[in-house]
Design a protein around this ligand. Structure first.
Ligand code: ADP
Length: 260
């Protein structure tokens, strides 16, 4: 357990983003929630604790930056915008090479996560924590350390198919066991809207996330379709919420944030 005085100091409220599987759009969701909160005028931080696949710096085009250290030994987050309202800390900043794999046993992971949660000099209204898929050492380490902080709860991300929904059900059990409030479920990659004819094809089935939310008496936060412009923004580090502010997908994220 960490000293409550040091855990997430400088953070107003924390939101944890979870998914049962990799590749369902968890990091994309974490980034878009951050962009949306920032658009609403808040100062936002993202803490990327996905030790084995840290993708947030790339999604924000800051992968070549370094975390600096204050004279007091605290880490200064990397800013992803010129207004200095969106900041990020990721394990990726501490690796010698971007291609290095993190092959650590539990105790080393725990101690790195504890440091990430206690040694950063944040100044944000909201902190979004992007976790690895599943329920692993990283999740337990986060939960053990953030109990004393102001945690709003978890956002669960799933694709619509039962394969992903089943895994998110396990995530739900984790939240219940660790007494982490669940803010709701997002169904990501729910349909593909053809840019030419606007017809929506349900490539990855439909409705699994909403059905789970109903079954578990949780808030269904919203349904985000497959949007190629969003994929493109996560590749280039562009701010989708600014660049495509008129897109229906931008409205979906705005409505999701209002429900948190
Ligand atoms: P995870 O964090 O769950 O492993 P990512 O957020 O890295 O998944 O997303 C995996 C890939 O899917 C990325 O290339 C991302 O751009 C893309 N992606 C995620 N959600 C969407 C979406 N709604 N529309 C289009 N592409 C998406």
């Amino acid at each position: 357990m960490s000293d409550p005085e040091t855990v997430l100091r400088g953070v107003g409220a924390t939101i944890v983003v979870l998914s049962g599987k990799g590749g369902v759009g968890k990091s994309t969701t974490a980034v878009q929630l951050a962009f949306t909160l920032r658009k609403l005028g808040h100062k936002v931080g993202i803490l990327d604790v996905d030790l084995c696949g840290p993708s947030i710096p790339r999604m924000l085009a800051v992968e070549d930056q370094d975390v600096l250290t204050t004279p007091q030994g605290k880490w200064v987050p990397v800013f992803a915008d010129k207004e200095r309202k969106l900041s990020v800390v990721s394990i990726a900043f501490f690796l010698n090479s971007k291609k290095d794999a993190v092959i650590w046993r539990g105790p080393k992971k725990n101690s790195m996560i504890k440091q990430l949660l206690t040694a950063v000099d944040w100044d944000v209204d909201y902190l979004i924590i992007d976790t690895p898929p599943g329920t692993s050492d990283e999740h337990l380490a986060v939960m053990e350390n953030i109990r004393c902080a102001n945690v709003l709860g978890a956002v669960l991300v799933t694709t619509p198919q039962m394969l992903s929904v089943d895994d998110v059900t396990r995530e739900l059990t984790f939240c219940r066991k660790t007494q982490l409030n669940v803010l709701g479920i997002i169904e990501n990659m729910a349909g593909y809207v053809c840019p030419n004819c606007s017809e929506c094809s349900n490539i990855l089935a439909w409705g699994g996330g909403e059905a789970l939310a109903e079954r578990a008496s949780l808030t269904f936060l919203g349904r985000v379709p497959i949007e190629p412009k969003l994929t493109q923004c996560t590749e280039t580090g562009d701010n989708f919420m600014e660049k495509f502010a008129q897109s229906p997908v931008a409205s979906v994220y705005e409505s999701i944030v209002q429900k948190l």
